[in-house]
Design a protein around this ligand. Structure first.
Ligand code: DGP
Length: 113
Protein backbone atom coordinates (compact mmCIF):
# COMPACT_ATOMS: atom_id res chain seq x y z
CA UNK A 1 0.00 0.00 0.00
CA UNK A 2 1.85 3.10 -1.28
CA UNK A 3 0.02 5.59 0.91
CA UNK A 4 0.08 3.58 4.14
CA UNK A 5 2.19 5.11 6.92
CA UNK A 6 2.95 1.80 8.62
CA UNK A 7 3.86 0.13 5.31
CA UNK A 8 6.39 2.95 4.88
CA UNK A 9 7.76 2.23 8.37
CA UNK A 10 8.04 -1.47 7.45
CA UNK A 11 9.88 -0.51 4.25
CA UNK A 12 12.26 1.73 6.24
CA UNK A 13 11.09 4.84 4.35
CA UNK A 14 10.01 6.41 7.65
CA UNK A 15 12.25 5.90 10.70
CA UNK A 16 10.98 4.16 13.81
CA UNK A 17 12.38 2.85 17.06
CA UNK A 18 12.16 -0.88 16.50
CA UNK A 19 11.89 -3.22 19.44
CA UNK A 20 11.23 -6.48 17.55
CA UNK A 21 11.24 -7.71 13.96
CA UNK A 22 10.87 -11.03 12.18
CA UNK A 23 9.66 -12.15 8.75
CA UNK A 24 6.02 -11.32 9.37
CA UNK A 25 5.82 -8.90 12.33
CA UNK A 26 7.34 -5.55 13.31
CA UNK A 27 7.12 -3.80 16.68
CA UNK A 28 8.18 -0.21 17.30
CA UNK A 29 7.64 2.53 19.87
CA UNK A 30 4.57 4.72 19.47
CA UNK A 31 5.47 8.29 18.50
CA UNK A 32 3.01 9.62 21.07
CA UNK A 33 3.42 7.32 24.09
CA UNK A 34 0.51 7.10 26.51
CA UNK A 35 2.37 4.95 29.05
CA UNK A 36 6.04 4.35 29.97
CA UNK A 37 5.93 1.39 27.58
CA UNK A 38 3.83 2.01 24.47
CA UNK A 39 4.71 -0.24 21.57
CA UNK A 40 2.85 -0.90 18.33
CA UNK A 41 2.90 -4.46 17.01
CA UNK A 42 1.95 -4.83 13.36
CA UNK A 43 1.81 -7.48 10.63
CA UNK A 44 4.15 -6.76 7.73
CA UNK A 45 1.36 -7.70 5.33
CA UNK A 46 -1.03 -4.81 4.85
CA UNK A 47 -4.28 -5.64 6.67
CA UNK A 48 -6.44 -2.58 7.28
CA UNK A 49 -7.85 -3.60 10.67
CA UNK A 50 -8.93 -6.58 12.75
CA UNK A 51 -12.28 -6.32 10.95
CA UNK A 52 -10.43 -7.65 7.88
CA UNK A 53 -9.22 -10.85 9.55
CA UNK A 54 -10.39 -14.01 7.78
CA UNK A 55 -9.57 -17.72 8.03
CA UNK A 56 -6.95 -17.09 5.31
CA UNK A 57 -4.96 -14.43 7.19
CA UNK A 58 -5.72 -15.13 10.86
CA UNK A 59 -2.46 -17.03 11.41
CA UNK A 60 -0.56 -13.79 11.85
CA UNK A 61 -2.78 -12.90 14.82
CA UNK A 62 -1.65 -16.01 16.71
CA UNK A 63 1.94 -15.10 15.91
CA UNK A 64 1.44 -11.49 17.03
CA UNK A 65 0.10 -12.83 20.35
CA UNK A 66 3.34 -14.77 20.83
CA UNK A 67 5.38 -11.69 19.91
CA UNK A 68 3.44 -9.53 22.38
CA UNK A 69 4.09 -12.04 25.18
CA UNK A 70 7.79 -12.06 24.25
CA UNK A 71 8.07 -8.25 24.17
CA UNK A 72 6.16 -7.91 27.46
CA UNK A 73 8.65 -10.25 29.14
CA UNK A 74 11.58 -8.41 27.58
CA UNK A 75 10.21 -5.02 28.68
CA UNK A 76 9.75 -6.30 32.23
CA UNK A 77 5.97 -5.87 32.30
CA UNK A 78 5.66 -8.44 35.08
CA UNK A 79 2.84 -6.57 36.83
CA UNK A 80 0.67 -6.67 33.72
CA UNK A 81 -0.10 -4.67 30.63
CA UNK A 82 -2.86 -3.85 28.16
CA UNK A 83 -3.24 -4.75 24.49
CA UNK A 84 -5.79 -3.01 22.31
CA UNK A 85 -6.50 -2.52 18.63
CA UNK A 86 -8.62 0.46 17.67
CA UNK A 87 -10.92 -0.34 14.76
CA UNK A 88 -12.77 1.99 12.42
CA UNK A 89 -14.32 5.37 13.16
CA UNK A 90 -16.06 4.47 16.43
CA UNK A 91 -12.86 2.78 17.60
CA UNK A 92 -10.84 5.96 16.78
CA UNK A 93 -8.49 4.11 14.43
CA UNK A 94 -6.27 6.77 12.86
CA UNK A 95 -3.81 4.56 10.93
CA UNK A 96 -5.52 2.08 8.61
CA UNK A 97 -2.97 -0.70 9.04
CA UNK A 98 -3.76 -3.28 11.72
CA UNK A 99 -1.79 -2.50 14.88
CA UNK A 100 -1.89 -3.67 18.46
CA UNK A 101 -1.04 -1.14 21.15
CA UNK A 102 0.98 -2.71 23.97
CA UNK A 103 0.75 -0.42 26.98
CA UNK A 104 2.35 -0.86 30.38
CA UNK A 105 4.92 0.25 32.90
CA UNK A 106 2.41 1.93 35.23
CA UNK A 107 -1.02 1.26 36.73
CA UNK A 108 -3.43 1.75 33.82
CA UNK A 109 -6.92 3.17 34.11
CA UNK A 110 -9.84 0.77 34.57
CA UNK A 111 -11.74 2.74 31.97
CA UNK A 112 -11.56 1.37 28.42
CA UNK A 113 -14.17 3.37 26.56
P1 DGP B 1 -4.65 4.47 16.35
O1 DGP B 1 -5.23 5.75 16.83
O2 DGP B 1 -5.09 3.26 17.13
O3 DGP B 1 -4.82 4.29 14.86
O4 DGP B 1 -3.09 4.55 16.67
C1 DGP B 1 -2.13 5.01 15.78
C2 DGP B 1 -0.91 5.23 16.59
O5 DGP B 1 0.17 5.40 15.70
C3 DGP B 1 -0.94 6.47 17.48
O6 DGP B 1 -0.87 6.07 18.85
C4 DGP B 1 0.28 7.27 17.08
C5 DGP B 1 1.09 6.30 16.26
N1 DGP B 1 1.79 6.91 15.16
C6 DGP B 1 1.26 7.71 14.19
N2 DGP B 1 2.22 8.07 13.32
C7 DGP B 1 3.37 7.47 13.75
C8 DGP B 1 4.71 7.46 13.25
O7 DGP B 1 5.05 8.05 12.23
N3 DGP B 1 5.61 6.76 13.97
C9 DGP B 1 5.28 6.07 15.11
N4 DGP B 1 6.26 5.42 15.73
N5 DGP B 1 4.03 6.04 15.58
C10 DGP B 1 3.09 6.74 14.91
Amino acid sequence: MNDCLFCKIIAGEIPSTKVYEDDSVLAFRDINPQAPVHILVIPKTHIASIADITPENSGVIAHISEVIAHIAREQGLNEGFRVCTNTGAHGCQSVKHLHFHLLGGRQLSERLG
